[in-house]
Design a binder for this molecule. Structure first.
Ligand code: LRY
Length: 237
C-alpha cells in the first residue's frame, strides 16, 4: 500500500520523521536479514508518523512492520558521480518497484557521471513515474531553489555540511532552513546533524514542515562516541 501525498502531508506536518539506516560495515547492519524494522517499530511506538530508510530491503521490512509511509533512498557510489543518494534511474526503478511512498535523491548541482544535469534527471523521473513523490536532498539555498523549480514535492537540507562548498559545522544548518522555508511554497524538511530535542523544535520554529532525525536516535555507535568524546574532553581540562 502507498500513501497519497495529501495523507502524507497531513501526517508529517510539525512532526518527527525518524531515519532508520544501517549500511554494510555499520554495527547494526546484519547481512542475513534487515533488523532496521526494529528501530522503526520503536520510532512508531514513540509516535513518529513516517520513517526514512535506505535500501529496498529495509523499505520493504519497515513498511511491513509499521504500515507507515516511508521515505526511501538507495546509497551507492558510481564512478564520475559525486552524488551517492539515489544517483541514477536504476535506484529510482528499484525503489518504485518496492512501493516506496517518497523517494529521496541527491539534488545537489555536482557532477553526474552520465553528463546529465540534475534538472534533466528530475524531469526523466517525472516523465517515467508521474505520481512519484520526490524529496530533493540538497546542501545549499541555490540547490533548494533549483529543485523546487524542477517540481519536486519536498526539499530536505540533508546534505548541508556534506558537500565541500556548504558550511562545515557540527550543528544543524538553521540558517539554511529559515531562508529556504521562507522562499519556497513546498514543504521544507529539516534534516542533518539534529542531535537534541531542542534543535528539532528550533527547526520547526525556523519554518521546517517536518524534521528528520537519524543518527541521534538510531546509530548507537554515533551516540556512544559522542558521550565518550565529551567525557574525554572534560577529563583533559
Ligand atoms: C549525509 C547523508 O548521507 N545522510 C544520510 C541520508 O539519508 C543519512 O546517513 C543521515 O543519517 C540522515 O540524513 C539523517 O541525518 P542525521 O543522521 O544527521 O540525523
Amino acid at each position: 500500500m502507498k500513501y497519497s501525498k495529501k495523507e502524507i502531508l497531513r501526517r508529517i506536518k510539525g512532526k518527527l520523521i525518524v531515519s532508520c539506516q544501517a549500511l554494510p560495515l555499520e554495527p547494526l547492519y546484519v547481512e542475513e536479514k534487515s533488523v532496521m524494522y526494529l528501530m522503526a517499530r520503536a520510532a512508531k511506538e514513540a509516535g513518529s508518523p513516517c520513517i526514512r530508510t535506505s535500501s529496498v530491503r529495509d523499505v520493504a521490512a519497515i513498511k511491513e512492520e509499521t504500515n507507515l509511509p516511508v521515505i526511501g533512498i538507495i546509497k551507492t557510489r558510481y564512478e564520475g558521480y559525486d552524488s551517492y543518494i539515489t544517483p541514477t534511474m536504476k535506484e529510482i526503478d528499484e525503489l518504485a518497484a518496492a512501493d516506496t511512498d517518497i523517494i529521496a535523491l541527491d539534488c545537489t548541482l555536482r557532477n553526474r557521471g552520465d553528463g546529465t544535469t540534475i534538472n534533466e534527471f528530475i524531469k526523466s523521473i517525472k516523465d517515467k513515474y508521474h505520481d512519484m513523490i520526490l524529496m530533493a536532498d540538497i546542501s545549499t539555498y541555490e540547490e533548494g531553489i533549483n529543485a523546487w523549480k524542477c517540481g519536486v514535492d519536498f526539499v530536505g537540507t540533508t546534505l548541508s555540511g556534506y558537500t565541500d562548498y556548504s558550511p562545515q559545522k557540527e550543528e544543524p544548518d538553521f540558517e539554511l532552513v529559515q531562508k529556504l522555508a521562507a522562499a519556497i511554497d513546498i514543504p521544507l524538511i529539516a534534516e542533518g546533524k539534529i542531535h537534541t530535542p531542542e534543535q528539532a523544535v528550533q527547526m520547526l520554529k525556523c519554518g521546517a514542515y517536518a524534521v528528520v532525525v537519524g543518527g541521534a536516535i538510531t546509530r548507537p555507535l554515533e551516540i556512544a562516541s559522542r558521550f565518550i568524546k565529551a567525557i574525554e574532553e572534560k577529563s583533559d581540562e
